[in-house]
Design a protein around this ligand. Structure first.
Ligand code: GLN
Length: 315
């Protein structure tokens, strides 16, 4: 097994969980009522290793919406379909240093990277674009199901409707990109935006989502089913951008301190990937000023204090 003494590993994760649980700082996202109403005290950790060892603690069976943690997977889907050259004619791969919904594009008039809103809408415009919107959404949700080891994901329609109703900034970003000719020809803006909001509104729990994180840690092959969901080159590209851009405008700090690819979402979701070792799903709804889960970040900090998981710890 990849973690020989898994029991003592789990014991230490439990200790870190209990220490982190005490942190009640931060505020739940309140830009839509569906997120504002979530019980802020919830906290879940789920681990899945690349050979299928599993451990969960806390609210790991409670569903939450993916929000921005849908972005890496949409980027992977675009890469698988079109290859990196085509995808990166439409989206950059540089951290923006700005908030996830900043009205800003790079010097070529493209989104800075696929891990912020503008870039994620661009990924959505690229996925299965010849097909109708229902089949395109099916493709995304079937991919999440395969990543989670065959467990169906849910869809939170109220979150979707709220997102769509309060989407002025995202519409502004999309029009800005259209003005710069950033989208592929004949892109339907409204459809693309709605597709993006739908992806953000997919729901699952930490237990199942840890398998998705483990699939990325395992180079695209699901450790439970053995199914290859993404090519390793796709996952490599995705993890590179999660490392440099996955934690909003805290990404540089996170790469420095934690040294691992991760992606957060305003629901309090955090997907952490330890390449060749394990995926960890963390969920706790209270957010810091940039929009990352407070406990999520603290858990990661404590984790690398305990274990040599920082990618340069081996030096
Ligand atoms: N639905 C949110 C938005 O598009 C998701 C952003 C996020 O998780 N940071 O604004």
């Amino acid at each position: 097994a990849v973690i020989p003494d898994f029991e003592s590993f789990c014991e230490q994760i439990r200790t870190i969980y209990l220490k982190t649980l005490k942190n009640k700082s931060g505020k739940v996202a309140d830009y839509i009522p569906q997120l504002a109403r979530v019980n802020p005290d919830q906290f879940a950790i789920s681990v899945c290793t690349v050979d299928g060892q599993r451990f969960s603690i806390g609210d790991s069976g409670v569903n939450y919406c993916l929000q921005s943690s849908c972005k890496p997977i949409n980027y992977c889907l675009a890469l698988e379909e079109l290859g990196a050259d085509v995808v990166h004619n439409h989206v950059g791969r540089e951290p923006s240093g700005q908030s996830f919904n900043e009205l800003a594009l790079n010097s070529r008039g493209l989104p800075h990277n696929p891990m912020i809103n503008a870039g994620a809408m661009m990924s959505c415009s690229l996925i299965d674009r010849k097909n109708n919107i229902a089949d395109r959404f099916d493709k995304v949700s079937k991919t999440w199901k395969a990543l989670c080891g065959g467990k169906d994901v849910s869809f939170n329609n109220s979150v979707y409707l709220s997102e769509r109703q309060t989407a002025d900034r995202n519409f502004a970003l999309a029009y800005f990109m259209r003005e710069k000719n950033a989208f592929p020809e004949n892109t339907n803006l409204t459809e693309t935006l709605e597709f993006y909001f739908q992806c953000c509104s997919i729901e699952s729990n930490a237990y199942d989502l840890s398998v998705a994180a483990a699939t990325l840690a395992n180079a695209g092959t699901n450790p439970l089913t053995g199914d290859t969901i993404f090519q390793s080159s796709t996952v490599q590209n995705c993890l590179s951008l999660m490392l440099s851009c996955g934690m909003y405008d805290f990404s540089g700090e996170f790469a420095f301190k934690i040294g691992l690819p991760a992606k957060s979402g305003v629901s309090g979701a955090l997907m952490l990937v330890i390449p060749n070792l394990m995926g960890i799903s963390i969920w706790s709804p209270r957010l810091d000023e940039v929009g990352n889960s407070v406990r999520g970040v603290e858990f990661c900090e404590r984790l690398v204090e305990h274990f040599s998981f920082h990618q340069y710890d081996s030096l």
